[in-house]
Design a protein around this ligand. Structure first.
Ligand code: FDA
Length: 299
């Protein structure tokens, strides 16, 4: 990321919320389930799969967590009712992980059961490193209890990832968005890439189903080589991308016969997710500057 972009990323929290909202609009389906459904329908029409995320994390009350859980049940029902090709992605802090492990587990298990009877699947997103251990524990407990329509996420940024990869059946592999200390996480982008490549090798070699979640061309090229070397058929892995990021690269993957799943967030709690996406956008300085100029000119 260029120096100016990095500086802008640091001052992003000072950018007015309406501006953040406008800049982040391409990354979010909209405030309602209806918005998510229409985006998923469009993606399916382009032969892309989806995973729907109800925005909301780090809730501070059981009522808020239950609300998010109920929203996910409605998503599962709509996916089935509309025959959409989509699963769901959940954040455990949205289901109450910070409040009570058992309460969060019950929320998650109810969702996994609902998904099972509808022949669907639940992906547990990975949040910051304070949640890694509990997230993997919860995944392993449920999987060992026969919950096989469930997958988890590993972050190549974390040093522990190669060890954690061993034995996991269904994994989304990504770089990891959360800033973590050097004691537990690689800081150098090339080291993060190398760990991504190594984790992908471990996962594919042990027969895991992998969601290869990256827009980084070097990693996409490496992943294509890895699946080719192993002669894997396209139903043994999938590429994953975020809504609004490199859609034409996604089109090309689909044209070449690969499965591509797009992460579709919706809801009214858009701020935290939007900030993370904007901080990663390599051209954010230009966007913020252009928006500022537009507002000044309008005055
Ligand atoms: P990188 O950030 O280097 O981006 C590569 C290129 O993609 C950039 O050069 C640019 O062209 C483009 N790009 C990337 N982000 C952009 C943006 N916001 N706007 C415009 N262009 C952009 N993380 C996590 O910690 N836990 C999780 O559960 C998930 N889940 C998840 C699901 C899916 C489907 C994806 C694709 C990603 C995640 N992530 C995640 C986020 C992930 O960890 C990572 O932060 C982002 O994918 C960005 O990393 P890349 O590998 O794409 O590389």
């Amino acid at each position: 990321m260029a120096l100016l972009d990095r500086a802008i990323a640091r001052v992003l929290p000072a950018v007015p919320k309406p501006v953040v909202r406008r800049l982040a609009a391409p990354y979010i389906a909209g405030p309602s389930l209806e918005d998510a459904v229409s985006i998923v329908r469009r993606l399916n029409g382009e032969r892309k799969l989806a995973t729907v995320d109800v925005l909301g994390e780090e809730v501070t009350s059981t009522a808020a967590a239950s609300e998010i859980a109920q929203a996910y049940h409605r998503v599962l029902a709509r996916i089935e009712g509309e025959k959409l090709d989509s699963n769901i992605s959940v954040k455990l802090t949205g289901l109450g992980l910070d409040l009570d492990y058992g309460f969060c587990r019950a929320n998650l298990e109810a969702l996994v059961e609902d998904a099972r009877v509808r022949s669907n699947f639940v992906r547990i997103d990975m949040e910051d490193s304070t949640t890694t251990e509990m997230t993997l524990r919860l995944y392993r407990e449920l999987y060992a209890g026969g919950r096989e329509n469930l997958g988890v996420v590993l972050q190549a940024r974390l040093r522990r990832t190669l060890v954690n990869a061993v034995g996991l059946a269904n994994v989304r592999l990504c770089k990891g968005i959360y800033i973590e200390p050097a004691s537990i996480a690689f800081q150098d982008p090339e080291e993060i890439r190398e760990n991504f490549r190594a984790a992908l090798r471990v996962l594919l070699d042990q027969g895991s189903y992998v969601g290869i979640a990256t827009h980084d061309e070097a990693l996409i090229v490496d992943a294509l080589a890895q699946v080719r070397e192993r002669g894997l058929s396209p139903d043994r892995y999938e590429f994953q991308m975020l809504l609004g990021v490199r859609p034409s690269r996604g089109d090309a993957l689909v044209r070449d016969g690969h499965r591509l799943r797009v992460y579709v967030p919706f809801g009214t709690h858009w701020y935290e997710y939007s900030m993370r996406r904007l901080q990663e956008n390599p051209t954010i300085a230009g966007y913020v500057a252009a928006d500022t100029v537009r507002r000044v000119v309008r005055r």
